[in-house]
Design a binder for this molecule. Structure first.
Ligand code: 2PG
Ligand code: MG
Length: 436
């Protein structure tokens, strides 16, 4: 029987230059698996805890040496001798060893790092690809990418309160074609921005971060870029938003306030939840948007229900901060009909098995699932394999720019290549919208 021989960890860097954990699992047959853990900026309140050292002498308190130590000692001792192929057992042991509701004792970063590295070691031992190890050997389904080409919110130092302006090349016939379309629009957008005198430096997720005046100006730019690149807005390439509205909701006043614009001394809007829904609805009428994530704040549950009632036949309503990949919140969302899709981030919940369970529960309830990166990423492409293995049909992993983002796209290109023409490209959102 193959067993875990050693679990090691070290502190490495994420794409923002902040420390994160790398876990390395060695099996007694000599196979090795490793994983690096990403980190969010606009995090949901109820996410599993990302543990930091808090030692102001190192990395401004953001070091992860405590997590490294826990992996090398407690976690190593508990998992040594166990089978790497029983992922659910490994994850349950990790959850029990931590003993807290939100993984705050050992840290979700230490736990998830171990969980993912064990899966990789298992795949290495079986000498198969990670997506095959996790998803089996049936036909490969490659997800529609959602390219975040204009960054705002907590990911860029501009006046945009909405966090992500994305394009979705849903009508492409293969993943590589979708990627090419996305890249062509991205490069065209760069030229357009330059022509208009905007800066073309990029934000945390590789999208441009121009100081444009409004959401509408961004959406106009995207439509122009799609046309000028030779595609049809809507029928070839649609638009998607992540408003990350928890970042600009004033819970006391119950108002959505364009805080960044306000802080920059620009004219800004304050909207009641009803006005925010009406505003989103007006954007849907004016632009070919087919997906809206976090259009409302995580604590504004009643308004989520209203928004879903009004808009869900026209658009994918994705819950990120409101569900935080947690079965408890997802269950409430299903019951209250708060959305029709869920964003899936492994580090919001903290183990591979729990994440797979959430995807399966969402599916059973008819929710679409979108696998997602974090704004602070690493070159680890785990989520590319994960999206293929779970056949989610949608993956959000930034712009086609910056190596921590392109690592995921390049991995999908390789998976497509390995499938020797048998891979199918799917967009679970379009499939759902066309059947509704
Ligand atoms: C989001 C994510 C990823 P962050 O809000 O969806 O784009 O951002 O990782 O900062 O939470
Ligand atoms: Mg989000």
């Amino acid at each position: 029987m193959t067993t875990i021989e050693q679990i090691d960890a070290l502190e490495v860097l994420d794409s923002r230059g902040l420390p994160t954990i790398m876990v390395r699992v060695l099996l007694d047959d000599g196979s090795v698996g490793s994983a690096m853990i990403p980190s969010g900026a606009s995090t949901g309140t109820h996410e599993a805890l990302e543990k930091r050292d808090g030692d102001a002498e190192r990395y401004g308190g953001k070091g992860v040496l405590t997590c490294v130590q826990s992996v090398k000692t407690e976690i190593h001792q508990m998992l040594k001798g166990k089978s790497p192929f029983q992922q659910a057992v490994i994850d349950e042991l990790l959850i029990t060893l931590d003993g807290t509701e939100n993984k705050s004792r050992l840290g979700a970063n230490a736990i998830l790092g171990t969980s993912l590295a064990v899966a990789r070691a298992g795949a290495a031992s079986k000498k198969i690809e990670l997506y095959e190890y996790l998803g089996g050997f049936e036909r490969v389904y490659l997800p529609c990418p959602m390219f975040n080409v204009i960054n705002g919110g907590a990911h860029a130092d501009n006046g945009l309160d909405f966090q992500e302006f994305m394009i979705r090349p849903h009508a492409a016939t293969s993943f590589s074609e979708a990627l090419r379309w996305g890249c062509e629009v991205y490069q065209t957008l760069k030229k357009l921005l330059k022509k208009k005198g905007y800066a073309v430096n990029v934000g945390d997720e590789g999208g441009f971060a121009p100081d444009v005046a409004s959401n509408e100006e961004c959406l106009d730019l995207l439509v122009d870029a799609i046309c000028q690149a030779g595609y049809q807005p809507g029928s070839d390439i649609s638009l998607a938003l992540d408003c990350a509205a928890s970042e600009f909701f004033d819970a006391k006043k119950k108002l959505y306030i364009e805080k960044k614009k306000k802080a920059k001394g620009k004219s800004f809007q304050e909207r009641t939840p009803e006005e925010q829904i009406a505003y989103l609805s007006s954007l849907l009428k004016a632009y070919p948007i087919d997906s809206i994530e976090d259009g409302l704040a995580e604590e504004d549950w009643p308004s989520w229900h209203k928004m879903t009632k009004e808009l869900s036949s026209k658009v994918q309503i994705v819950g990120d901060d409101i569900f935080v990949t947690n079965p408890r919140f997802l269950e409430r969302g299903i019951e209250e009909k708060s959305a029709n899709a869920i964003l899936i981030k492994l580090n919001q919940i903290g183990t591979l098995t729990e994440t797979i369970d959430v995807v399966e529960s969402a599916r059973r309830a008819g929710f679409r699932t979108v696998i997602s990166h974090r704004s602070g990423e690493t070159e680890d492409p785990f989520i590319a394999d994960f999206a293929v293995a779970l056949r989610t049909g949608q993956l959000k992993t930034g712009a086609p720019c910056r190596s921590e983002r392109t690592a995921k796209f390049n991995r999908l290109l390789l998976i497509e290549h390995l499938s020797e023409g048998s891979a199918r490209f799917i967009d679970s959102n379009r499939e759902a919208l066309s059947s509704s």
